[in-house]
Design a binder for this molecule. Structure first.
Ligand SMILES: O=C(O)CCC(=O)C(=O)O
Ligand SMILES: [Fe+2]
Length: 296
């Protein structure tokens, strides 16, 4: 499908904000407007109290359709993951009591499209690399400046989850996640989270145990729709994606930004995640080593 005023993926560019983002509702092109300030206030409120900000219909339906086609075309390049983990991605301590959430094992299963696979003139890539979107994300998170994440694999991903696949309860190590749902499954694939369930001072294991055992009144369930943007701080909110059900896979774009310029994954980490190392990651690691070591 072709979108008026927007070049089709692969046809050589032409990203225009007004054909991709609902600028009436989210006037990210007019940061001085009252409407913009209102949106930011709302987003910050959510991120402050819930650690989550849900922006329904951020991407317009026609643009979502193109992004879905792009994501479908990229599925063959997805790297497939399936691992058992507890909410902390840690080993289970032998002396942990039976009820301890560190004993709660679950499964993460998904296909992840690496950043390098995205056509640079496609809408998903252009959305992620839009200066206006980055400024909006900076304002919502109240973090400035942010930089585009340079890592060739981690800079932008689409996570694909098919029938029966899930991402069990966990905390994130990264400070924040920006996502746009591209395709909603027939059932399941809900994003569930318990806001501020732990603090920098305390793991609050009893409260986390209630969440992962399904008895906590603090659990929130978000049924994202295609085109919805979500900004999420998952460091203190345990969260999960419930098992997807039915023939339509859940597809979500994960947009990555960094606190510092020139950020890359370490070669070790990349090998762990993607099973391969990129020359740019090695060059970045060498630069870091040279900056740190005094002898060369
Ligand atoms: O797929 C999602 O909506 C969330 C994924 C997630 O929690 C993560 O990547 O850490
Ligand atoms: Fe997460």
């Amino acid at each position: 499908m072709k979108l008026a005023g927007t070049a089709a993926p692969g046809s050589g560019g032409g990203f225009s904000l007004e054909t991709v983002i609902d600028l009436e509702r989210y006037p990210i092109h007019r940061p001085d407007s009252e409407a913009y300030r209102d949106t930011i206030r709302q987003a910050r409120k959510g991120l402050g109290t819930e650690e989550c900000s849900h922006l329904p219909d951020f991407v317009l339906p026609a643009a979502v359709e193109i992004m879905q086609d792009e994501a479908d075309a990229l599925r063959p390049s997805a790297v497939y993951f399936s691992e058992q983990h507890n909410p902390y991605f840690s080993a289970v301590p032998e002396d942990a009591p039976q009820w301890d959430p560190r004993r709660k094992m679950g499964r993460k299963t998904n296909g992840l499209v690496p950043g390098e696979a995205f056509p640079r003139d496609g809408l998903i890539w252009q959305l992620c690399r839009s200066e206006a979107v980055k400024r909006f994300v900076e304002d919502c998170l109240d973090v400035r400046p942010l930089y585009f994440y340079d890592d060739p694999y981690g800079c932008l991903n689409v996570s694909v989850q098919s029938d029966g696949e899930e991402f069990a309860w966990h905390f994130d190590t990264n400070e924040f996640t920006v996502s746009v749902l591209l395709q909603r499954p027939e059932a399941g694939g809900l994003f569930e989270f318990a806001p501020n369930i732990r603090t920098p001072q305390s793991e609050c294991y009893e409260q986390v145990a209630e969440v992962v055992n399904g008895t906590s009144p603090r659990t929130v369930s978000l049924d994202l729709k295609p085109g919805d943007m979500q900004l999420f701080k998952g460091r203190y909110s345990v969260h999960r994606v419930t098992p997807v059900s039915g023939p339509i896979p859940r597809q979500i774009a994960l947009l990555a930004y960094a606190r510092e310029p020139g950020m890359y994954a370490t070669p070790e980490r990349s090998k762990q995640i993607w099973g391969k190392v990129h020359p740019d990651q090695i060059a970045a690691a060498n630069r870091r080593r040279r900056a740190d070591a005094l002898l060369d």
